[in-house]
Write a protein that binds this ligand. Structure first.
Ligand SMILES: C[S@@+](CC[C@H](N)C(=O)[O-])C[C@H]1O[C@@H](n2cnc3c(N)ncnc32)[C@H](O)[C@@H]1O
Length: 326
């Protein structure tokens, strides 16, 4: 059998682990596809393939979309490797079967970092394709995808000793994907001399990350942070409702963070009041999604000037809002 490549119609989508239900719901709730088109979906493992839908709007709950699909038929692993590498350098597997065969293919291709990462790290901004084996001699793939992360994946080496909560992983991820969301801006990480507001800070995972980076933090919550952070002279704790803070009295912040558990509307109003104050430079906030998602409100967040929204690996049932004004 000779090697053959055939372009196929449609587009395919991957969500983070255990979040496929949210991706599927979003397709229908936001009317990204009709019920009829959605009914023709197929699954290759976790890959949701819509044969009758070309990618238009990419759902937030999609970690990467495969937007220029083809089927590659091949005899040998070497044939598969050569065919993929003839198209482009970087490829990542999204395997659900033939794992050994898939990794033999991956090992022969130019190196891409599929490992768990150590924070801080930089993600190369180079196109990366995604492929899977739908049988021993057939690859389903796209060279064009919507993420620079390999198959949209990102995970960090965990620190089980120091951080007071696992929420630090969320901020690791947000600060790592930030440059990918704003390729046109040169955004630096929070650093010494930076002043940060951490709203909903208890027990202190995010404040811990910010202190590790050298920034000083005003941490606001109804409950105190972990004692080490409370004793840190670069952490100022305010026992207060974050939403009734007097913005004018707080001074300037380089970064505003919020991980407050609240209705999205509350967060939206708060962010708008910061923007209106002229004091919002950079912000990272989680939008907690309880019950049925109000997609009109999510659209309003997305329409904030210089805002991006994405779903991250460590988010689960929430989205992450980024605003980078300067
Ligand atoms: C998900 S936890 C934050 C975890 C934190 N980011 C960390 O890294 O450890 C949410 C926090 O929001 C706080 N919170 C809820 N409503 C609040 C409000 N109106 N003002 C300030 N904090 C609030 C809760 O007390 C809780 O500590």
């Amino acid at each position: 059998m000779a090697v053959s490549i055939e372009k196929i119609s449609g587009s395919a989508y991957l969500a983070f682990p255990e979040m496929s239900y949210a991706l599927e719901a979003e397709f229908l709730e936001r009317n990204i596809v009709s019920e009829e088109v959605f009914a023709s979906k197929k699954f290759f493992g976790d890959i949701l393939y819509l044969p009758d839908h070309e990618a238009t709007l990419i759902p937030y709950f999609c970690k990467t979309a495969l937007t220029d699909l083809f089927i590659l038929k091949f005899d040998s692993i070497t044939d598969a490797v050569h065919s993929l590498c003839d198209i482009q350098r970087n490829w990542a597997p999204a395997l659900f079967q033939y794992f050994r065969r898939g990794m033999l293919i991956q090992d022969k291709m130019p190196y891409v970092n599929l490992k768990v990462r150590t924070f801080p790290c930089t993600i190369p901004q180079s196109p990366i394709g995604v492929y899977t084996l739908i049988d021993e001699h057939t690859i389903f793939a796209s060279a064009v995808t919507t993420s620079f992360l390999p198959a949209g994946n990102i995970e960090f080496v965990e620190n089980h000793e120091e951080p007071p909560s696992r929420a630090y992983l969320k901020l690791y991820e947000a600060l790592t994907v930030l440059p990918l969301l704003f390729p046109e801006k040169k955004v630096l990480l929070p650093k010494a001399q930076n002043r940060c507001l951490d709203a909903g800070a208890c027990p202190g995972g995010w404040t811990w990350v910010l202190r590790k980076l050298g920034a000083s933090v005003v941490a606001v919550d109804r409950s105190e942070l972990d004692q080490n952070l409370m004793n840190d002279r670069f952490v100022t704790f305010m026992k207060h409702d974050a939403f009734t803070l007097n913005i004018d009295e707080l001074g300037e912040f380089d970064w505003i963070f919020s991980d407050v558990i609240c209705y999205p509307q509350r967060l939206y109003d708060w962010i708008i009041s910061w923007i209106q104050s002229g004091k919002l430079h950079k912000a990272i906030c989680t939008i907690k999604l309880q019950g049925k998602t109000d997609w009109n409100l999510i659209d309003k967040f997305a329409q904030i000037p210089n805002a991006r929204i994405c779903h991250m690996n460590y988010n689960k049932h929430e989205l992450c809002l980024f605003i980078i004004n300067d």
